[in-house]
Design a protein around this ligand. Structure first.
Ligand code: ZN
Length: 300
């Protein structure tokens, strides 16, 4: 998957592709193994369908992921989140940080709260800041990946990538030149690190698949008044405990819980200006699992 030699369309050259992207494929297979064992136990409590896919043709223009996006539409799936694991096999950053990077695009609204960003925050919330290094950009500088078509479609889609890439091990025909060994070879992989990335993915998938559906139509009213008013919609759900109203300073990267309420109705945030914070809502299950956050839009 994704593996290419130095001359990237030359099919006669060797391109082992251990890190890019046998590593991500292995993480996906390991997640499928862990979660299918859990599901078979009958106690998983998963409420959403989890699909595992390995897509080809990334380096030829994201062909596989574009097809996957079309296919999910044809099947009538609602895509609640898409985790892309690409180059997650090595941890060679001298001195660290040894956290897997999680890339998410800003979207094109003022508060940088794209669905992808909310998914990234949820993954960090679930696994902790010691495990996940959030990177608030769509991808590494000047580069792309298979989460991109989903991100552009307005769906929550993020990319996991190892802490620091080694370019002598990517997109290289295996060879030794001036004493430097080139090639994307298995011997450079760190299986302990990969195992942790698989656990981070599996736990995020498990908890998000246990959670109620995210609220819809989250709105902010109360401009030019002393109180902010947050409203949203949600379908009936007997497994849902309620909703958390979230807020954060406009300069803060992460949400905080402002309040909890059991019903979907307009909630008045007494004495809170509409102007000085961003707001969002998320659903909380009776099992404790939380949906991704849905940021409020200005009510028209
Ligand atoms: Zn790749």
């Amino acid at each position: 998957m994704d593996s290419i030699p130095s001359k990237f369309m030359d099919t006669t050259l060797d391109a082992p592709g251990a890190d890019d992207d046998a590593s991500g494929t292995a993480v996906s297979v390991e997640c499928a193994r862990l979660l299918s064992m859990l599901a078979a136990s009958g106690h998983a409590g998963l409420r959403a369908t989890i699909l595992f896919a390995a897509v080809s043709g990334e380096e030829q223009g994201l062909l596989g992921s574009k097809h996957l996006l079309d296919w999910t539409k044809e099947q009538g799936y609602t895509v609640g989140g898409m985790l892309d694991d690409d180059i997650v096999g090595a941890d060679r950053a001298p001195g660290g940080p040894h956290r897997v990077r999680l890339f998410s695009g800003n979207g094109d609204i003022e508060d940088c709260d794209s669905p992808s960003r909310e998914l990234a925050r949820a993954v960090e919330d679930i696994n902790g800041q010691d495990a996940i290094r959030l990177i608030f950009r769509i991808d590494r500088y000047g580069r792309g990946g298979d989460h991109y078509p989903f991100y552009k479609a307005g769906l929550p889609a993020v990319r996991f990538t190892e802490p620091l890439e080694d370019y002598t091990h990517q997109h290289q025909t295996p060879r030794t030149e001036n004493g430097i060994e080139y090639g994307d070879l298995e011997k450079y992989l760190d299986f302990g690190f990969m195992g942790n990335v698989a656990l981070d993915n599996a736990e995020a998938l498990r908890q998000l698949a246990m959670a109620p559906q995210p609220p819809t139509n989250a709105k902010l009213r109360g401009a030019v008044t002393p109180d902010a008013k947050v409203s949203w919609n949600a379908d009936e759900d007997s497994e849902r405990a309620g909703f958390e109203i979230l807020w954060r300073e406009t300069t803060e990267p992460r949400w905080k819980v402002y309040d909890f309420t059991t019903t979907a109705r307009e909630t008045v945030l007494k004495g809170v200006s509409t102007d000085n914070h961003f707001f969002a809502v998320r659903a909380v299950g009776k099992n404790g699992a939380r949906s991704i956050a849905v940021p409020t839009e200005i009510a028209k």
